[in-house]
Design a protein. Structure first.
Lengths: 577, 577
């Protein structure tokens, strides 16, 4: 039987609940939305007693289906004030599933902040104090945890930024070889974890006797096989394997949507120095530990990650990705991949979202405090986040606050969350997603980049319809625990979703049921946001993007708010997915 | 005929409009609410192109009725995101009225911030650049303006904090003897003025040919006479005249509602050193320029202001007031009136709200960065606001942001605005006002301090009803342009409102019409806030005040949110006002 673990950080009491009834069909992002709507007052203080921090495996997390090691992390976002689900890979998700745990829910706050670790083992779940972890970086934390609990643990943890309750802080899931560090980065969930006095969660599945019962193992296995084959035959897989997620950077630059110098241009004159091709070239040339095509969830066949080496072949950062290169690179006028890799590494260590932090540094540069392109100042700044220095604390709280403190008027945020690597003026479908998604400005909530070939990115037509379709699909993937990058085979053959769910659970679902999962996610999240006062009624594209033409397309953002607001009244078309 | 002046800060075009029709009956706070609801998109960026900054005289501003020199200043608040009306005295309000101007509306924003001055004269209204004013303090600004435009001008201006767009910045109305500086302090209106590139408005009524037509001059004059007599016979007037607004401090301390050390106590053990009696004693003992009972609006008979002298008899600050002493004094653990006077003076010079700044410094002290009681650090900190130093910028943006940047959990704000000098746990009626007023935490919106004798301040009964009644009355006074301190005679004889309005305008109003003015103000403001997402549905009393008992009463805030939310559904009782 699946379990949910509730941890009260004030009383230190831990209780378990069996998952049954309706809850059986709630996983990942949907489970988070349900727990929030049913159990968290929407207007509560995000770092107060009533918010909950939730780690929820997807519906398929205890299967061998590729990429299902993704785990959803969520709560009421300190940054946006609304619902937040952010998912990440690593070993922890799979280990949690192997323990038969669907979710961990962290409740209340301690009277005094402290440095606690939740140890989840097959025989025991315990909240321990671990004062030596105080203000430790993510890799230091991982090392100390491995020294105490063994090498093979799965871990979620925060860096000093989360301990200091900074709204730009994320939750890291470092891999247990300490090679790669990935994040449930967005929305300030690291501050939420910090507010609960929780520095880390350690998952040790040794000796677990949980054996999932699959309704139709053959169907599940065969569908997974079909999925993997389809992925392997998709040229995008190879492309991502070789060039990583930054494979798209050159195209983003050509189209003119690459954030450049605090979103003042959509094209960066030095884009070729920070492209996926350049990432690949450096990795190949330098050798050492560098490599392309690594995976970050066990069993992933896409393997879009990499280990980026420094000049001496040692690890600079793993993995370097498109969003980070766009926000900490071109958006800050920085064109040297070694600089960007170091900035990325520093963010990973202090524990902040690279998108939020890159956008915030862009705002600092716009204020005139540093020049665009000044990588050294940017590095000192990120270090100072970890030290709790004032400017570090400001930037560590994200772009919105940075703009406010420094009196900058051009601040690229929606619902107070930084806009990721797609300027909405040049890819209007993403503007629709940023405004209407319950998540705020979040490319993973429904990324229209894939519609470039079929929809004019500068036009108004179809953008709202596209965004709706993409948002529903993203919500389904996030609920099943699949990585967004598996979507192409499902677009071609959506019935694979049906086979996977029926194979696992025997639910007798149709495709309509699957689509309804996505709609239910969004409805639940929107209901929470409505109560929290964080809906598309109150936030839109930043004013400067509605006024200022973006070179080279000279586009402004011009999709009428009313048209965007109607997104949920559109009937979804059955023939596209 | 009355005029409204519209100033476009981008095109520098100035147009005038005659006030007629329905608009005739809109003054002060009501006029601001109407302009916002009708002409400002509720969700607009507060420092962006679509917000408006409005200076609006009250309905009685062109009469001789006592205290009607108060002028309302408003716009969409940068701090709360909702409607904001903040009123102040000084000469400017009366001069504007003598020019026949009901309101000035500042629109749009310039492409680049600058240092502009709006000159309003009888023959000419002009927007001039005055670069020498850049980053000048309020008294420096006043001096330079007087050097250029003559001694007798009325002025509204901002200090460096407003120029730097800090959300704690207010709009000063320094008197033209440069003795007193008072503020439309709350809600960040100084940042709004700064965003429009406007450093000052100079009002020069020389040669005005505006002669108001009173419908019944005799009725107006007689009612004013009656009002003045009633005020002079009210012991509170004498009390305020002698001890200033801090006359109430000793009682506030006894009752246990005086903010002390970041709202951790309602009683300050050194309250006797900062009381109204002590203010009076120092003024009397030191002599020099010190004096009690000065006025700040022409024709005021209450004269609650003072000039507080330093040890050598020179002006330390004018005037020192209860809210300032409570927030910069006891709330920061500071018990020396000379220190508090200097802190007050420094706030006046850099241009920030003393309530917001005192609350923010209390939060800094709570963070451990300085100790409670460390007046020297507090002084340096306020100076650093004017310098634009980082901690200064943080504190200059108010208590909410300060708490967030420094990771402090106990932050005394409602709707992101600092709670003034009445802890809502020990005066629950004010809690109701803070939560339900469209203004956020604002004692002038409906102060239940006057109900101490009739309603148990710790009880739940009557608080909602009281707050409603007080809020309606405050809205009426703010619309007529009367100071809140004239209320006692109107409580005894509400029909004086009717006589004043009918005497001025010949409207044939009844008391019900007058009460409807207050209700219309609140309805209009609430409609704007609803659209802006800043309603009582989304904000309440800070969580720590709902959990933490306040010494010495050990009260928590326990009026149910639902009870507060129903405030506008209560039928107002006719027999009390």
């Amino acid at each position: 039987m699946k379990r949910i673990i509730y941890v009260n950080t004030r009383t230190r009491k831990i209780v378990q609940e069996q998952v049954n009834g309706e809850m059986e069909s709630w996983g990942g992002r949907l489970l988070i939305a349900k727990i929030l709507l049913n159990g968290v007052p929407a207007t509560c203080e995000p770092l107060g007693r009533h918010n909950k921090l939730i780690f929820a495996g997807g519906l398929l997390s205890d299967t061998n289906v590729t990429t299902t090691g993704q785990i959803s992390v969520g709560g009421k976002s300190p940054l946006t004030g609304g619902v937040k689900e952010s998912n990440t890979g690593g070993q922890a998700g799979k280990k949690l599933a192997r323990l038969g745990i669907r979710a961990i829910v962290i409740e209340d706050i301690p009277l005094k902040l402290g440095t606690n670790v939740l140890i989840v083992q097959s025989k025991k779940i315990n909240l321990e104090t671990f004062p030596e972890l105080n203000r430790k970086t993510v890799s230091e934390t991982m090392k100390l945890l491995q020294d105490r609990y063994g090498k093979e643990i799965g871990v979620f943890c925060i860096g000093p930024a989360g301990e200091m309750l900074m709204y730009g802080a994320g939750i890291a899931s470092p891999d247990n070889k300490i090679m790669q560090i990935r994040y449930a980065a967005r929305g300030g969930l690291g501050a939420l974890m910090g507010s609960k006095g929780l520095k880390a969660i350690v998952i040790d599945d040794t000796g677990s006797d949980y054996r999932p019962q699959y309704h139709d193992k053959k169907l599940l296995t065969e569908t997974n096989k079909e999925l993997i084959e389809a992925l392997m035959n998709d040229p995008k897989t190879e492309n991502r394997h070789v060039y990583g997620t930054s494979a798209i950077l050159a195209l983003a630059n050509t189209v003119g949507l690459l954030p450049t110098r605090n979103f003042s241009s959509g094209q960066f004159e030095k884009a070729d120095k920070i492209s996926g091709e350049q990432v690949r070239k450096i990795i190949k040339t330098r050798g050492g530990v560098g490599r392309s095509g690594t995976s970050y969830v066990p069993g992933c066949v896409i393997q879009c990650c990499n280990v980026f080496p420094d000049k001496s072949g040692r690890k600079a950062v793993a993995s370097i990705q498109y969003e980070t290169i766009a926000l900490l690179g071109s958006n800050c006028g920085i064109s040297n991949l070694d600089d960007i890799a170091e900035l990325n590494h520093l963010c990973n260590e202090v524990g902040v979202d690279t998108i939020e932090t890159g956008a915030a540094i862009g705002v600092v540069m716009e204020s005139g405090m540093f020049k665009f392109g000044d990588a050294d100042s940017a590095k000192s700044l990120i270090k100072s986040i970890g030290d709790g220095a004032l400017l570090g604390r400001i930037v560590g709280n994200g772009a919105y606050i940075t703009g406010r403190i420094l009196g900058v008027r051009r601040v690229p945020v929606i619902k107070k969350q930084a806009i990721p690597g797609y300027d909405p003026r040049a890819l209007k479908g993403n503007g629709v997603t940023y405004v209407t998604s319950p998540m705020g400005a979040d490319h993973t909530a429904g990324n229209a980049f894939e519609t470039l070939k079929t929809t004019d990115p500068l036009g108004i037509d179809e953008q709202v319809e596209n965004s709706r379709r993409l948002q529903i699909r993203a919500a389904i993937l996030d609920t099943l625990g699949l990585c967004l990058f598996v979507r192409p085979p499902f677009v071609k053959k959506p019935d694979m979703f049906v086979s996977l769910l029926n194979g696992r659970f025997g639910w007798d679902y149709t495709l309509e049921n699957v689509i309804n999962i996505g709609i239910e996610v969004l409805d639940t999240e929107r209901a929470f946001n409505q109560g929290a006062g964080v809906s598309e009624n109150f936030y839109s594209i930043p004013e400067f993007m509605q006024n200022e033409a973006l070179p080279p397309t000279n586009a402004i953002y011009n999709i009428p708010l009313q048209k965007m607001k109607n997104i949920w009244d559109i009937k979804p078309s059955k023939d596209r997915f």
